[in-house]
Structures are given as C-alpha cells and as structure tokens.
Design a protein around this ligand. Structure first.
Ligand SMILES: Nc1ncnc2c1ncn2[C@@H]1O[C@H](COP(=O)(O)OP(=O)(O)OP(=O)(O)O)[C@@H](O)[C@H]1O
Length: 774
C-alpha cells in the first residue's frame, strides 16, 4: 500500500442552516401563530415572554430557510455542495436537529411527492457518476475509510445478499419478523411497496434521468418532482408557500457545485443504514428474524470499534453495493420500515431513534497498470427530536426513549461547546498550540457523538439543518434549538486528514459486472481478516436491560482477563529485574565500603605498631637513663653526665663505669646475704641470734644515702636488667612475665604487694632464691 496525496489541512466552519416550517391547519386553529418568530435575512428574531416581560433574542445562521422554502430549494441551499464535494473525494456529514415535530424527518426524507434532502442527494450523486461505475464489486468499504478487496466467492456472496435485499423490497413482500413497522406519510408509498406508483422512482431509477436530475435539479420546479404537497399542512402546496429562487439562497462558488468526476475515475457506491435507539445501535439493513422485545435479534445489534488511528467505526455493519439511486432508495425504505417510530402527543410519527444513512464512495483510478483507490463518505443523519416530557406526557417506554434522546442531544451540545471553547483558547494563544489546557470533548459519553467524532474533529465538512416550528406553545424549546444551532455554526474544525488511498497493481476496468481483467493483486489493500491489528474499543452496551449481549460480555471478560494476566506477568518481571539491579548496586557499594575500611584498618595497624615501637624505644631509653643515674647516685659516683635525658649523651655510656657499678652491686648483695644469714639464725655469728629491729627502725644503709632507699626499690629492676640482660631473657622464657599485672620487676612480686617498690633492696635480695649470677 502506498499513501497517495499530501496531507490536507484546512479550517472548516460548521455550517448551520435554520429551516422554519409552516403552521399546520390544526396549529392555526389552535391560535399558535402569534408572530413570535421573525425572519430577517440570515437572522431570526425571537420574542420570548419571560416573567411578564417579552425579551427579543436574535440568532444568526449561515442561511435561514423560511416556511415558504420548497424541498428543492432547501436541497440546493444545503446538500448539493457536499454531494459534489463527496464525488471529488471530500467527506460530509449532514444532520437535522430540532424539537419533536419541527420538520426534521420531512426535511431529510420528505415524501414521495416532496422528496427530502436524502433522496435528492442520491439522485444528484448517481446523476454525477453517470456510467462511471466500477462494476466488478470486488472492493468493499471497511472500518473507517478503508477499502477491502474481496475474493471471488465473497463477491458472489455479496451479489446474492444485494439481490435478496432488493428483491424482497421491490416485491413488496413483508419483511419477516419486523418488530416495529410504521406507516409514515413520508415515503409512504415506498413503505407500501408501491414503488412503481411513486413519482420519484422513474426519476431516480433511470441513470439518464438521475443524471438529468443531478444537472437540472437547480432549475427544475418542485412540482416536477412531485406536484402535490402534503395535505396535512395548511392546505397550501409548496409552491404556494412561496418558493425562493435558488439564487436567493446565496450563490455557491462554482468549484463547490462542480461535482464532475476527474479523469478516468470509476466509482463503486455502497450504502449502510443504522439507528441509535436507546443508546443501542442497530443495523437497519439486516433483516430481523423473530425476536422478542426483551431479546432482540443480535444480528442487528452493532458495536463500536476503533481503528489504529483512533477513528471510531461500526463493527460488522452491513454495506450494500448499489448502482442506481432507485436501489439506494429501496434500501432506505427497507431500513425505514425497521426504524423505531411511535405516535406521541406532538407527532403522529415521531422518530424515536437517530437514523444514520451513509453512502461510501470508492474511487478507482486507472493509472497505467496500477490503480488508485480512495474513499469518501456522505452521511445523512435524522436526529430524534428533543422533547419535554410534560408536553409530550410521555410515560414508560416513551419516557425512557425521550430521556435517551435528550441525553445524547445534550452530549452533542456539550461536545460543540467544548470544541468552541478549545477553538477560542487556540485563537487566544495565537494558534500556537501552547496556551492553557484544552477542555476535554465528551465524545465518548454517547453513541451519537462517538460516531460524529471524526467528522466534528475535521474529518468531514459538517452541515446542520436546525428545524424549528413557529408555534407559540413551543417557543422555549425553539429558543433552545436556535441557541444550539447558533453555537454550532461557530465551531471551526481543523481538517487534518490523510487522504485514504491505496494503490492496486493490475489494470482496473469499468463496465459490466464480471468484466475486467482478473482480480487485482492483493498487495496494497487490507485483507479480509483485516481486523487483526485493529484496536478495538471494547464497548458493550449496558444502557438498556433488554440489549445485553451475553456472548459479547463473556468474550470481553475473557479478553480482559487475558490482558490482566499478561500485564501482571509483565509487571512481575519488571519488578524482579528492578530488585536484582538494586541488589547488585547495593553489593557493589558494600564491597567498596569494605575495601575502604580494610585499607583504613591496615593503615591504622601500621601506625599503631609504629607508635608502640616508638613508645617502647622511648621507655627503654628512659629506663636506661634512669638506671644509670640511679646507679651513679647510689654508688656516689660522679654523674656520668650521659643520663641527662638527651639522646646523644645517653648513647655514650662508658663501659668502665658500668663495670664498676656491677662490682659494687655484687659486693652489696653478698654483704646483704651474709647479714641476712646472721639475722636469721646466728650461723657463723659470734653473738648468737640477734634480734632484728623492724626495718623502719634500722638506720638507712650507707649506700642508701639520705632517703634513697624508696627510690632504689623500683629502680633496681632496670639496673638488674641492664646489667644481666641474658638472665632476664631466660627468666621470661621459663617463668613468663615478671608480674602478670604490672610487668614490674621480680622483687615486686616476691614482696607480695603493690607497694613492692617501697621494699628495701636487702629485703628483696633476701627473698631471691638463687644468687644473682652477676
Ligand atoms: N417544511 C414543511 N413543509 C410542510 N410540512 C412540513 C414541513 N416540515 C414538517 N412538516 C410536517 O410536520 C409534521 C412533523 O414533521 P416531522 O415528522 O418531520 O417532524 P420531526 O421533527 O421529524 O419530529 P420527530 O422528532 O418527532 O420525529 C409532519 O406531518 C410533516 O409533514
């Protein structure tokens, strides 16, 4: 498939027409004509009595069609241009709007004598197409603006369906199982199956005549279309209501009115006809079989889908190919017979549903071996009338219908309001798209607005024909219609539409059915099972209890369940991955912290080691210095001068002095031991045992030198260590540390108390079991 053509973007203003119908005879008799509505060019002045005061309101429209306006003039003013545009490839939506009994159905459908906009549009369309019809029927509309190519067996099936639908209708055979039938004045002859008697059919059926109709419609007087007006009105025929000449309707641009197909284009015309009844959509071209009021035939119930571009479309709607206006009218009449119509207090044949008739035009262009296919659409919609239940005195089913009708019309109004507000906001920010937030447009709140969504967003030119009845009793409702229509015609939609077109390989020839050189190749066109990629709008109608499609609900539930399961699994996977990533990050971080701490610990350990080594060294040095000084003091030697605390002096200890000190200590110990022996047992003492006075009472030894004893106690150890380093080392190896707690000298332990340092050296020496080797 190749996209053809460039993206079109143009601003379109919604066109708003007002048609004011004439009074009926009964209304005149009731005195409804009180001059409340005054037409003034494209404006209407409404005199609205309110609380004793009459206010004058003015509403302006694209064009106002007065009571004297004929059906033909109305057609010329409104729908002719959209039909021409549709042939050129542009889509259009036309809808009628108004309160009940304001003339909407009359305007759109008309009667066999006074055909409305729709039959005339069909006549003009086929008149414009002439014999440029693509009759192979192997192309069929699909979804929103797409085209589906059919296989030969599908072409045959389509042909059978078409023949059956048209034959049933043309034979006048009753449609089996019709749930609601009507006998409306409009198209009454078609309803009765009296097609040949209808003055419109000879005109519309014949290609040449319908072409003539298309070309001449603007010049044909209305009586040629149907000479007799409806007798239910005030007895005045249309002509007598004073038809306005076409030129008075405002000249149309030449190009707008030119609907001649270009070049070597061929057309395939398909129609569909649906209604929205109580917010449920029904296919009016599918024959209803026996159903009950509570369980209608499901084949006719339609659902909304949404394609990948977000365009809503009717799923499985029946498209029927037609090659003449007469065939299209037959289908219209058939659908009308199935449409929901009822008698209300204000209208004998009040439409209880919105009916939507769509003509899809498939355009095929032969371009030297390959073909371009594009489609455009003309949608004509007859909206059900808004009504006040106190006036219609509706109850039960009628009331429910009225509520649904009013609800969807209200939503349409809100959509138009939101579009208008957004448009103003856009204008406010210079169209730059910045600005404030846009108001959401509530398209999804009703089926009607959902179906209109694409058109209202610029996908088609939109044209509204607001209908008003001039009766004084319905003035307030009329005022509402006028306000609505006036608002609507201010809405500007920006058309931003890719022309839907596809290239088909192989030549395409027009002519009779079955003609042409074989089936076009599949390349470029969606396949029959093209629903695969569509994004469905999972909608199931729950608005009316008699419309619930159980199968659809079950299917929807299982699809949704599948989605939930898949989404849960995806969510679990994502969560697992996230957790793993977080755990990985945390581990990496912890390892980095661990490495950092290890480095710091190692550095701390080394620093600590160095500190202790340094302290040990200082301690050892201090002890050496102290020992030397103490020894020198004890021995009354001159201060060697090297124990003054300075490193350089300390390092120069003289060996002779030490040797001398060692000798003195040895003598002292020996003398001490001898004296101790004498004191204990008198061994060797000539005086026998001697009483030993307490140490405190003894005079200090000579060497202690004036209070040196307490000082010498703790110092003797270092001196000992200094003088006998080898023995010290052995002691450590054999008996462990000299003192478990304090690491003090051995005599401190022998003395047995913390105050060991105070013990005199002789007492310590007396307890030493082995003589000092020194
Ligand atoms: N312009 C007109 N000229 C002559 N008769 C008209 C015109 N408009 C409406 N009527 C007549 O008025 C009556 C009510 O019109 P119609 O059924 O079209 O109203 P409606 O708006 O479609 O009502 P509802 O919403 O209830 O279906 C019909 O008998 C119709 O023939």
């Amino acid at each position: 498939m190749e996209a053809e053509g460039s993206r079109r973007e143009e601003s379109r203003t919604l066109q708003g027409f007002l048609r004011v119908r004439p009074f009926s005879r009964e209304e005149l008799q009731r005195g409804e004509d009180q001059g409340c509505l005054e037409l003034a060019g494209p404006s209407v002045l409404l005199s609205l009595p309110k609380a004793g005061v009459t206010s004058l309101q003015k509403f302006t429209f694209t064009q106002v069609l007065g009571p004297a306006c004929s059906q033909l003039d109305a057609f010329e003013a409104t729908v002719r241009a959209p039909v021409c545009a549709c042939v050129r490839g542009d889509s259009a939506l036309v809808f009628t709007y108004g309160v009940t009994s304001s003339g909407k159905t009359h305007t759109l459908m008309g009667s066999t004598r006074e055909p409305g906009l729709l039959p005339r549009a069909l006549g003009l369309l086929f008149g414009l197409l002439g014999d440029r019809q693509y009759r192979r029927w192997d192309l069929r509309p699909l979804r929103h603006g797409e085209v589906q190519r059919l296989e030969p067996d599908e072409v045959e099936a389509e042909r059978r369906i078409r023949a059956q639908l048209l034959a049933t209708e043309e034979d006048g055979a009753p449609v089996r199982g019709v749930r609601r039938s009507r006998s409306a004045p409009c198209l009454a002859l078609l309803h009765d199956g009296d097609f040949t008697a209808s003055p419109i059919l000879p005109i519309l059926e014949s290609t040449s005549l319908s072409q003539h109709l298309g070309e001449e419609m603007g010049r044909q007087p209305d009586r040629e279309m149907g000479p007799q007006p409806d007798r239910e009105m005030d007895g005045q025929p249309d002509r007598e209501m004073g038809p306005q000449p076409a030129r008075e309707m405002g000249p149309q641009p030449a190009r707008e009115m030119d609907g001649q197909p270009e070049g070597n284009q061929l057309f395939s015309v398909w129609v569909s006809f649906v209604e929205i009844y109580n917010e449920s959509m029904r296919d009016l071209l599918v024959q209803e079989d026996a159903g009950t009021a509570s369980q209608p035939n499901r084949a006719t119930t339609l659902r909304l889908g949404e394609d990948s571009n977000g365009h809503p479309y009717l799923k499985d709607v029946r498209w029927v190919g037609v090659s003449t206006a007469g065939q299209a009218l037959c289908l219209l009449a058939r659908g009308r017979r199935q449409q929901s119509v009822a008698q209300t207090r204000l209208n004998q044949t009040s439409s209880r549903s919105h009916s939507i008739f769509t003509v899809r035009l498939l355009r095929v262009q032969d371009e030297g071996g390959s073909s371009l296919v594009s489609s455009s659409e003309l949608t004509l919609c007859d909206l059900a009338g808004s009504e006040r239940s106190n006036k219609t005195q509706a109850t039960g089913q009628r009331l429910k219908e009225a509520n649904n009708i009013n609800g969807s019309l209200l939503t349409l109004g809100r959509c138009l309001q939101a579009l208008r507000a957004n448009q103003e906001a856009r204008a406010g920010d210079g169209g730059g798209g910045g600005g404030g937030p846009r108001a959401p447009v509530p398209f999804r709140e009703s089926r009607l607005t959902r179906l209109f969504q694409a058109a209202l967003l610029g996908g088609a030119r939109v044209l509204m024909v607001a209908c008003a009845n001039p009766c004084a009793s319905t003035l307030h409702e009329t005022a509402h219609t006028l306000a609505f229509a006036a608002l609507a015609q201010q809405v500007v939609s920006v058309a931003s539409q890719e022309p839907i077109s596809m290239r088909v390989r192989g030549s395409v020839r027009g002519g009779s059915a079955g003609g042409g050189g074989g089936a076009a190749e599949r390349g470029g066109l969606p396949s029959n099972s093209g629903d695969d990629n569509e994004e469905e709008d999972e909608e199931v109608d729950l608005s009316s209890d008699d419309e619930i499609d159980v199968e659809a609900l079950v299917g929807l539930v299982s699809r949704l369940r599948g989605r939930v399961v898949a989404e849960r699994a995806a969510r679990d996977r994502a969560e697992r991955q996230a957790r793993e990533e977080v755990a990985r990050d945390a581990m990496t971080h912890l390892r980095q912290v661990e490495a950092l701490w290890s480095q710091r610990l190692e550095a701390e350990r080394q620093a600590s080691e160095e500190r202790w080594e340094e302290r040990l060294r200082l301690y050892t040095d201090a002890m050496r210095r102290f020992a030397c000084r103490s020894a020198a003091t004890a021995l009354a030697l001159p201060d060697p001068g090297y124990c003054d605390g300075r490193e350089e002096q300390y390092s120069g200890v003289e060996p002779e002095s030490l040797e001398e000190a060692r000798k003195v200590i040895g003598q002292l110990r020996r003398e001490n031991a001898r004296l101790a022996g004498l004191l204990q047992g008198g061994t060797g003492h000539p005086l026998g045992p001697v009483a030993v006075p307490p140490s405190s009472s003894l005079p200090p030894p000579r060497w202690a030198g004036g209070g040196a004893a307490p000082l010498l106690g703790p110092l003797l150890g270092p001196i000992h260590e200094l003088l006998c380093p080898s023995q010290e080392g052995e002691e450590r190896q054999e008996g462990g540390p000299r003192t478990a707690e304090s690491g003090g000298p051995p005599w401190a332990v022998a003395h047995g108390g913390p105050g060991g340092g105070d013990a005199p050296p002789e007492a310590v020496a007396s307890q030493t079991s082995e003589p000092d080797s020194c």
